[in-house]
Design a protein around this ligand. Structure first.
Ligand code: NAD
Ligand code: 89V
Length: 343
């Protein structure tokens, strides 16, 4: 098979994981990188042996010579870079949060659709081994029809040391982390009809909210709670684990801390270890996220080969992004928000 050539824009904190993962992915490799910060460009270029280096994305696209672009910058530049990819007819991956607003996100999907190029949002949490194990159990009908769920991420991990910008935005936990948890809720229990949310800021040293509790009415009639917090000190720090509880007509699933999957049904209870692999370049506790980066990037290549839609395509991600906007809107107004009206 011919190896696809990729270009990566944004050589910051998280891009290191994406670069390592591209080294492992079958069928693709990175041939050029771009960052407006020369220091980051040098660090990543030297670490991964990439000679083609650009300080400006327009110059990168003008030179071309790659089959796809992986946009790993922060949200402010996502729209301009995705639209640049569309103009140049280059298939694109874009990091989450996909856009600053839902109307930007819709315009980005539209631009790529009109250009006829695939667009995938790097929404990797549903690709974590434990999330895939829960999905598989539901597909195998282990608990019948789920009618209730809880998707929970509660931690006191210092995310601000690696990502200082997270302390500075008007919005924090729903936009940065809850977006993943909401996507997992959709992946497990299906699309959502309405959202009710409450938020709080506990840490006085940051600008945005660091606690959110969100009630989701799913289209299939199930109800779930998405609760996220970076203000929760526990005896065993769970970062970055998402814990899941599901009740179904024929049984229950519990995804417990340290990656235990407990399934109870008429046959009794089974407990399985669904720990992620510790990839050669990964480090605890991030290895769960790092493995999912590899998985989503392999999925990008596999679906391009098949000519099939990606699990977290731009169009799919609009339905997750709408939940983020709805959660902020609900918390601000104290009202339940209808999702159908937003899409
Ligand atoms: P960062 O600030 O460390 O890195 C971003 C880099 O992009 C910087 O080096 C910056 O100079 C560069 N950049 C910004 N705009 C540019 C432009 N127009 N052209 C060229 N370079 C540009 O940020 P980060 O922590 O690496 O986060 C990047 C993205 O990854 C964010 O959207 C964040 O939410 C996301 N992220 C995702 C996960 C995940 O698990 N999916 C985890 C962490 C971060
Ligand atoms: O996944 C993320 O987007 C990260 C973190 C896990 C730290 O919230 O920002």
């Amino acid at each position: 098979m011919t190896e696809l050539k990729g270009a990566l824009i944004g050589c910051g904190f998280f891009a290191i994981n994406q670069m390592h993962a591209w080294n492992d992915v079958r069928g693709a490799g990175i041939v050029a990188i771009c960052d407006r910060d020369p220091e980051r460009l040098k660090i990543v270029g030297d670490q991964f042996g990439i000679d083609r280096r650009y300080g400006d994305a327009e110059a990168l696209f003008a030179d071309g010579g790659f089959d796809f672009v992986d946009i790993a910058t922060t949200v402010q530049s996502h729209r301009v870079l995705v639209e640049m990819a569309a103009r140049n007819k280059v298939p694109a991956i874009c990091q989450k949060p996909f856009a600053k607003t839902l109307s930007d996100a819709k315009a980005m999907v539209e631009a790529c659709r009109n250009a006829g190029i695939p667009l995938m949002v790097h929404e990797n949490f549903r690709w974590q081994t434990p999330m895939q194990a829960v999905r598989k159990a539901l597909d195998a009908d282990a608990i019948g029809t789920p009618f209730w769920g809880r998707f929970s991420f509660r931690s006191a991990y210092d995310v601000f040391s690696g990502q200082p910008y997270l302390a500075e935005g008007e919005r924090f936990i729903i936009e940065d982390l809850g977006i993943h948890t909401l996507d997992i809720a959709r992946y497990i229990l299906g699309d959502v009809r309405s959202v009710t949310a409450r938020t709080k800021r506990v840490n006085p040293r940051i600008k945005g909210e660091d606690v959110a509790t969100i009630l989701l009415d799913h289209e299939n009639g199930a109800t779930s709670v998405v609760d996220v917090s970076y203000a929760t000190r526990l005896s065993r720090e769970p970062f970055p684990e998402t814990l899941i509880e599901l009740d179904g007509s024929e049984g229950t699933i519990r995804l417990t801390q340290r990656y235990g999957l407990e399934i109870t049904n008429a046959k009794g209870t089974t407990t399985t270890d669904v720990s992620p692999k510790l990839l050669a370049w990964a480090s605890r506790p991030w290895h769960n996220i790092q493995e999912s980066v590899y998985a989503i990037q392999q999925h990008w290549v596999d679906q391009l080969e098949r000519g099939a839609e990606h699990s977290t395509s731009g169009a799919d991600n609009l339905k997750t992004f709408a939940l983020v906007e709805a959660a902020y809107d609900s918390a601000a107004k104290g009202q339940t928000i209808d999702i159908g009206a937003m899409l």
